[in-house]
Design a protein around this ligand. Sequence first.
Ligand SMILES: *C/C=C(C)/C=C/C=C(C)/C=C/C1=C(C)CCCC1(C)C
Length: 247
Amino acid sequence: MNQTLLGVLPIATNNYVAFTFFVGTMAMMAASVFFFFELNNVPQKWRTSVLVSGLITFIAAVHYYYMRGYNLETGESPVFFRYVDWILTVPLMCVEFYLITKKAGGKAGLLWQLIFASVVMLVTGYIGEAIYGKETQSWIWGLISGIAYFYIVYLVWFGEVAKLAGNAGPAVTKAVKTLGWFVLVGWAIYPVGYIAGTAGGLFGVRMFEGLSMDIVYNIGDAINKIGFGLVIYALAQSDKAISPTHA
Ligand SMILES: *C/C=C(C)/C=C/C=C(C)/C=C/C1=C(C)CCCC1(C)C
């Protein structure tokens, strides 16, 4: 039996999965402190956006703390905590798109479209992992999830989000472009983890075997949650340079 220190199980030096959970917890905590403390240092009109950035990394920090413990104690993938984290944080990322484009006329209907697509993406992903993860049918759930994912990509790159961002001034246009790359490339990390970690693979063809699903997801989360927040923070700061009066 492992000795515990303050309820924290030791991490074996070759346990890379647990290591990335541990580093993920610290990174998400540090990012949250940063976003919260910087709230007073950004123009008023961007404060809610930076606050949401901090909420995203804070929710992740708490879930990473639990996922690390769960994984250390059971040796298994913390599927449930993972998806609870995502079902809270991905809609908050949709809120970020809404808050940014709101100033150019973004409506709540757009927010609900983004949230609906992300819920479909995550619920089908959860079914594919938690119920069919060890069966070849898992690819079907991954496919439905992928369609919802591409709908989000469409909205951000060519749909309503892109159109509104184009009318919202150069700083917002640039930020939404960068966030669009996060959604297109950064979020595409997740299906790689899903294909590696479930039996169904890509359309039933097993791929990326040997890759740890959790390591892939943990890298994806670090890039997407912290990076996404930093793009919002940079947008807020660039606006300050233009309007030093904190308009
Ligand atoms: C902070 C967490 C984020 C940004 C999580 C994003 C998750 C995804 C984009 C997941 C997508 C999936 C697919 C597109 C297909 C396979 C199943 C998922 C849920 C892993």
